[in-house]
Design a protein around this ligand. Structure first.
Ligand SMILES: Cc1ncc(COP(=O)(O)O)c(C=O)c1O
Length: 380
């Protein structure tokens, strides 16, 4: 039985390695591992790619979110709206910044924040919203920004899953007062360990993030002079070299994800499942290929028995995670329903067409047996 992995991170590393090998070794042998020209040149390239003025490399995506919130002046007493359907880090960063997460439900088609669900969550204490480009799709930024500006809210993008995604021709990272990226190895642009970045077109926000991420040191001041109480959240030079190398492949890899996703969509259209909707104005970059299916747990187990690895993003909506329940203010019916149905199928740039076809065939077979009422466990 052929095994189909959920993701193949090492295939990306193998492809990029010849291009970065020399720089990597040179840096390794130089002994200069923190900051320096590799970090500066990746920051310039990443800001330009996103269509924003500045990028500040940091230690990971969660830290990027927390630093962006703090740099924008959000803290105790401020509510920050977060979609209920996201990875816990989005809401955890709000808590770390000392502010209060306020959950909003998502739309049933895309499972992303909508102008309506945003508006419904706003209270007099709301000061900002974190718009999450989940699965690789930027939501309706035109509508979301209109609500935010009407209500005087800052917009922060959680673009951890959306490198190169677009809304109306503009890239993720170019919409908010700040946008936060994760370069966790499995992301569309992934480092060889943890890494992240804050992207912004506001120079004062970039300066503040840079200082906060480096123990509160302000550019130009002496090494042991600190203007703020900051943290240590810097991007390593070796990670920056890997990221610059992979950035050269990002468009090709993204295009491959889009092509593979189209193949999935064409074959899955007639099966007894739902595809997550795509807005015509969005360029979805398919960090994850998510379907919705009844009896998800059994379907996942049966695919696993057939050698196909899948994931669930996410089995528990954020407002029902035990440490965050105290911030929940009521049910989020769409996010709660989706949490019981979503299933992420394998998708990665080095996946082959025949692997996609094998997943579709296996899924069709599993669903056929389910619909026939047969016991899943008896299926060979
Ligand atoms: C939507 C979302 N936000 C935030 C993060 C946090 O990023 P990191 O793991 O780099 O801290 C992730 C990463 O998994 C994510 O998927």
């Amino acid at each position: 039985m052929a095994c189909i992995p959920f993701i193949d991170v090492a295939a990306m590393t193998r492809e990029v390695w010849p291009a970065i090998e020399n720089d990597y070794l040179e840096c390794l042998l130089s002994g200069r591992y923190i900051g320096g020209s590799p970090v500066e040149s990746f920051e310039r390239a990443w800001a330009e790619y996103c269509g924003a003025g500045h990028a500040v490399g940091v230690a990971n995506g969660t830290s990027a979110l927390q630093l962006a919130l703090t740099a924008l002046g959000l803290g105790p007493g401020d509510e920050v709206i977060v979609p209920a359907n996201t990875f816990i880090a989005t809401a955890a960063a709000v808590v770390h910044a000392g502010a209060t997460p306020r959950f909003a439900d998502v739309g049933n088609d895309t499972l992303l924040l909508t102008p309506q669900t945003l508006r419904a969550a706003i209270t007099p204490r709301t000061r900002a919203v974190i718009v999450v480009h989940l699965y690789g799709q930027v939501p309706d930024m035109t509508g979301l920004q209109a609500v935010a500006s009407d209500k005087g809210l800052l917009v922060i993008e959680d673009a951890a899953q959306a490198h190169g995604a677009q809304w109306a021709g503009h890239r993720a990272g170019s919409f908010g007062a700040a946008a936060c990226f994760s370069f966790y190895p499995g992301k569309n642009l992934g480092a060889l360990g943890d890494a992240g970045a804050v992207v912004t077109s506001r120079p004062e926000v970039a300066d503040r993030v840079r200082a906060l991420a480096n123990h509160g040191r302000v550019h130009g001041s002496a090494h042991y002079e600190h203007e703020f109480v900051g943290v240590n959240s810097r991007l390593d030079a070796l990670q920056a070299i890997a990221l610059s190398g992979k950035l050269a492949f990002l468009e090709e890899w993204t295009q491959r994800r889009i092509t593979l996703a189209a193949r999935y969509r064409a074959q899955l259209r007639d099966l007894d499942l739902d595809l997550v909707g795509i807005d015509p104005l969005a360029r979805h970059v398919y960090h994850l290929f998510v379907i919705r299916v009844a009896e998800r747990t059994q379907v996942q187990a049966e695919l696993g028995r057939r050698g196909i690895q899948t994931g669930v993003h996410y089995p528990v909506p954020c407002h029902l995670q035990p440490p965050l329940r105290r911030y929940a203010h009521g049910p989020m019916p769409t996010a709660e329903r989706a949490a019981g149905q979503t299933l992420s199928l394998p998708l990665f740039p080095h996946m082959t067409n025949s692997q996609i076809d094998a997943v579709c065939d296996a899924l069709a077979d599993v669903l056929r047996h389910r619909n026939a009422g047969a016991k899943f466990a008896e299926v060979q």
